[in-house]
Design a protein around this ligand. Structure first.
Ligand code: BGC
Length: 464
């Protein structure tokens, strides 16, 4: 008797709560953000269509695709016989780096300097941005006492670039918060050369322009010949892979050996034509609407480090407004855009009480209830897993496209490196989608820098 009264009471309170929250429940909200295997199979089909259309010879078909499938002109992975001293530049996220890299057989040594990339520079103009880069290079070569040597330079520029050759390419569109004027539709190698000349720097010879995905693929392929895909999960996301020339209908060069070329998919833009609308949520739409490039990089905004924390914050704020989290208390800190760092998602997912407490304190929650901590853990888990599953479905589509049952994927980027569970989520999704295949995720140590030097090395060898 007492049992059924208690049961009735609990049910009554739950109903009352649902009534006041307009039917919103934590479970209901999180269910909308969870992707089933069927969802991922549908996503694979859609991205495969885009990949094929993006490689087509005729423009009309290419325009149907949301992803650019850019040809890189990088056609060889390193043989392991490369050698020499190279400079490398790495521009594409919150930092900018200059590196001095020595490649000897079986050994690469690197010396590098990281320079911050301020918001002011990111949103400035071509001359300001490239003058800053040129100045950093000049200071670096002086510091390392190599200013009198002619040094070949590999430039990793991690944005969508339509390559014209291995040493020239036009920026299609800025991403990841960059908006500097006068760079889009310009050859970024020319902009860099002009800036170096303004600094009277004549000893640097730019021999390769690469995307970070290509750099990552190259740096891991130097160690393991099985590497055929490069993946970035950092501030942004993207993947590249080695494609057979016969599948690249838009290839206009010679069909000579090696009959292959690396394709930079620019998959961050997947969904820009509306093809992902069936899985986008109100949170994704809000992140996009508040970004510097609304309507662009839809897939990237559902996955990468620049946006993951913000999506989690929006889910939290929504649940708080329904009284379902933190007792309905919305602190000033959590209410503010971009205040939930992606690093916090990793902290919460680590499960370590000290890291979790620190995050809650930074967000202004001094009193912490076990129930809230559990809910926050659930939210971070669901959002991280969603991102990992989306990226894995993209990879599974590439693996199927190249018809490999066994391959290694080179991965770089802060999200993948710092998130304690991202790799595990990806591995289990890949085996769910590609049962029986052997897919290895190989962490790239400093792929962008090393890869640019390796491309420079391969290119300088081709010239000799
Ligand atoms: C850019 C890609 C880049 C990726 C990862 C994206 O925003 O468009 O070119 O590879 O970020 O850095």
């Amino acid at each position: 008797m007492l049992g059924s009264v208690v049961h009735f009471g609990v049910q009554f309170i739950q109903r009352l709560r649902t009534y006041f929250t307009n039917g919103v429940t934590v479970e209901g909200q999180l269910a909308k953000l969870t992707l089933s295997k069927d969802d991922l199979i549908k996503q694979m089909k859609l991205i495969t269509e885009d990949m094929n259309n993006g490689l087509a010879a005729d423009e009309e078909t290419r325009l149907k695709s949301s992803i650019a499938m850019l040809v890189t002109y990088v056609r060889n992975t390193p043989s392991g016989k490369e050698s020499g001293d190279f400079l490398a530049l790495d521009l594409g996220g919150t930092n900018f780096r200059v590196l001095l890299i020595s490649i000897e057989q079986n050994h690469i040594t690197m010396d590098s300097k990281v320079m911050p990339m301020s918001k002011d520079l990111m949103t400035s103009d071509a001359v300001t941005l490239f003058d800053y880069i040129a100045e950093c290079i000049c200071n670096f070569v002086k510091e390392k006492n190599v200013q009198d040597k002619v040094l070949p330079l590999g430039f990793t520029f991690s944005f969508p670039v339509k390559m014209l050759s291995l040493t020239s390419g036009v920026l299609v569109k800025w991403t990841k918060g960059f908006t500097a004027s006068g760079v889009e539709n310009k050859d970024v190698v020319v902009l860099l050369k002009e800036a170096l000349l303004r600094k009277k720097e004549y000893m640097i010879e730019i021999v390769g322009l690469v995307n970070d995905t290509t750099g990552t693929l190259m740096s891991c392929a130097w160690e393991d010949q099985e590497v055929t895909i490069g993946l970035i999960l950092g501030t942004g996301t993207n993947a590249c892979y080695m494609e057979r020339l016969e599948n690249v209908a838009k290839w206009t060069g010679k069909i000579d050996e090696p009959k292959q070329v690396i394709i930079n998919t620019e998959w961050g833009a997947f969904g820009d034509n509306g093809s992902l609308d069936w899985i986008r949520t109100e949170y994704d739409r809000e992140v996009d609407a508040n970004s510097l490039n609304p309507g662009n990089q839809i897939f990237e905004k559902m996955i990468s480090g620049m946006y993951l924390g913000e999506i989690v914050r929006l889910v939290c704020v929504h649940l708080i407004s329904k009284g379902l989290l933190f007792g309905g208390l919305c602190t000033e800190k959590i209410a503010k855009r971009e205040n939930f760092l992606t690093k916090y998602v990793s902290d919460i997912e680590s499960g370590q009480p000290e890291r979790i407490n620190k995050v809650l304190q930074e967000l202004g929650y001094d009193e912490q209830k076990a129930e809230d901590v559990d809910r926050l853990k659930q939210i971070c888990h669901v959002m991280s897993e969603r991102a990992a599953r989306l990226a894995s479905a993209g990879l599974a589509a590439i693996v199927k496209k190249i018809g490999r049952s066994c391959c290694t994927i080179a991965v770089d980027g802060s999200l993948f490196k710092k998130h304690p569970k991202f790799k595990t989520y990806m591995e289990s999704t890949l085996s769910e989608l590609l049962p029986g295949n052997t897919i290895k995720l190989m962490l790239s140590e400093d792929g962008s820098g090393k890869g640019a030097a390796l491309v420079a090395a391969v290119a300088s060898q081709q010239q000799t």
